[in-house]
Design a protein around this ligand. Structure first.
Ligand SMILES: [Mg+2]
Length: 364
């Protein structure tokens, strides 16, 4: 194996997947649905045979119902299947609740679906399996939903881990077990392997990771093009794709440094006004609002102070108002003479404007 592979990938990544999400939510909210085969989708008898199953509970899955299956086909497989129409608004609200819990553990979150995400918890001091247990506990506590979690050092292994003991399980795949795990994995479970690839592998006599591992990189490229590289490294339990943080930004801010220190209060005021305008423009463009306004001040001795104000509601995006708030903080920190080299204004406790609109509406 090439030399760089001897260096360990030290990341710690969780893959979290709520078990049969839509179905579990409906079972949670209606006890009558808990002991029956349940399909989330429209009843074909009431909708002219149209519709697909978005999710099925585990009772229905045992009868052969699976997601993306046509509703008629599902009913054939399981004649007593109970249909419940999906309520995406409800699922989105629960998803937001779950995401807020993710943020208790890390801000490096890559959502894959409403009920599924990768979390890079490398920066957290606690051991990853402990974090997985805590995360599952928090989700249960807040939402009364169970999930499965995979823990490993890359996304592929974390995802395979969460699939390994489903539902309601945790699978940890540490470095010393990863290679063995991949060697024993059926070929259909490799990432990106669909029906077409599977047929090719069948012809090649490749049934599992062990067979795949035996193939050379050149051979794999001949048969699968650039996907051959992906397969080659997957078989070696190696995958460097980062957790792509697509969650709502945690803060929006702007700083200015001054070549010549500012000594005059009116200069400070003007600088804050300018910063506030830039931050407001950025927030407006991204349709974001913030509840915490933080001011950062660095003086000529390189002493840096930050101080914030948190409101129970979001701040109005009004640069003049923000500049006044910033000045209140400034005057408190520098009541007398000063020589300022840097000023900054940042919004945190960010929410998206659409969520804010919903919560205001709900109060009435
Ligand atoms: Mg799921």
């Amino acid at each position: 194996m090439s030399e760089f592979l001897q260096a360990k990938d030290h990341r710690r990544i969780l893959h979290v997947d709520i078990d049969a999400f839509y179905a579990q939510v409906e079972m949670r909210d209606n006890p009558k649905l808990r002991q029956v085969p349940l399909g989330i989708g429209r009843d074909p008898d009431q909708h002219h045979g149209h519709g697909v199953i978005a999710t099925a509970n585990y009772i229905a899955r045992k009868a052969g119902v699976h997601s993306a299956m046509g509703a008629i086909e599902a009913k054939k497989a399981c004649p007593n299947l109970v249909f419940v129409a999906p309520n995406f608004e409800k699922y989105r609200a629960i998803s937001a609740q779950i995401h807020a819990i993710f943020h208790e553990f890390t801000d490096m979150i890559e959502p894959v679906a409403l009920d599924e995400a990768y979390l890079d918890v490398s920066a957290n001091k606690m051991a990853a399996p402990t974090l997985a247990a805590q995360l599952r506990h928090r989700i249960w506590e807040e939402t009364h939903l169970t999930c499965s979690v995979g823990v490993s050092y890359n996304k592929v292994l974390a995802k395979l881990g969460s699939e390994h003991h489903k539902p309601n399980g945790v699978t940890v795949i540490p470095h010393d077990l990863a290679q063995d795990f991949m060697l024993n994995l059926p070929i259909r479970k490799f990432r990106g392997v669909g029906q077409k690839t599977l047929e090719k592998f069948e012809k090649l006599g490749v049934k599992d990771g062990r067979d795949l591992f035996a193939m050379s990189l050149d051979d794999l490229r001949v048969h699968f093009g650039s996907f051959g590289d992906v397969l080659y490294w997957q078989a070696r339990a190696t995958h460097f794709s980062p957790v792509k943080d697509r969650s709502v930004r945690q803060s929006v801010g702007k700083e200015s440094t001054f070549e010549f220190a500012l000594h005059d209060r009116s200069q400070i005021e003007a600088a804050f006004k300018d910063l506030a305008e830039k931050v407001v423009a950025n927030m407006t463009k991204r349709k974001l609002l913030g509840r915490t306004l933080t001011v950062k001040i660095r003086d000529e001795q390189f002493k840096t102070q930050t101080k914030g104000i948190t409101q129970s509601t979001t701040f109005d995006l009004d640069p003049a108002f923000m500049a006044r708030q910033a000045m209140l903080i400034f005057d408190e920190l520098y009541p007398e003479e000063f020589a300022i080299r840097l000023l900054g204004i940042t919004f945190s406790n960010i929410v998206e404007q659409k969520y804010e609109a919903v919560s205001l509406f709900d109060q009435f």
